[in-house]
Design a binder for this molecule. Sequence first.
Ligand SMILES: [Zn+2]
Length: 206
Amino acid sequence: MEPMAMEAMKEVLKTGQELARRGLVAGTSGNCSARVPGSDLIVITPSSMEYELLLAEDMCVVNMDREKVEGRYDPSVEVIMHLAIYKAREDVGGIVHTHQKMASAVAVVGKGIPPILEEEVFALGGGIELAEYALPGTEDLARNAVEALGGRNACLLPHHGVVAVGPRIQDALLKAEIVERAAEIYIMASMIGSPQIVPFMQKDAK
Ligand SMILES: [Zn+2]
């Protein structure tokens, strides 16, 4: 196997384990992936496996046509969404998909997170849009996630969770954490008043 692919497999495993350790997913849920630099391959976590029990070589390598190139397990069912994002966004080198609690709570009431924090706007490119609903693992969910992301770095999936992207998978993980902080602050702020849009975002705000 080429060294770049092995490196990406290690990074994807490490990030998957971090998702579980940081409480961004429960059990085997969520998934993450990275592009193999200089190729049309991506590495993604396998379907329904405990991250802590996996080895780097258990990660799946697939091409842009969703054909498995390497790995003994099946890729995550959300591989369709990951590939759709990589195809739509040349700038994206890594993706994490989580079931993080605070952001999911916002999505459950049918809201996105407006651009209320400078940190959120700088890291994510604006507010966090809520995608249209679609069932997990479907082409519809993939299309809806791409649309809600636009040129930004995160979106919410209704009744489901979060997708965060970045130039590297480590960036995507950090952005998922920023989404969680923004969601928590949005919920808390809503209890004591009306969360205000960051002033420099107000003219674009919906
Ligand atoms: Zn999910």
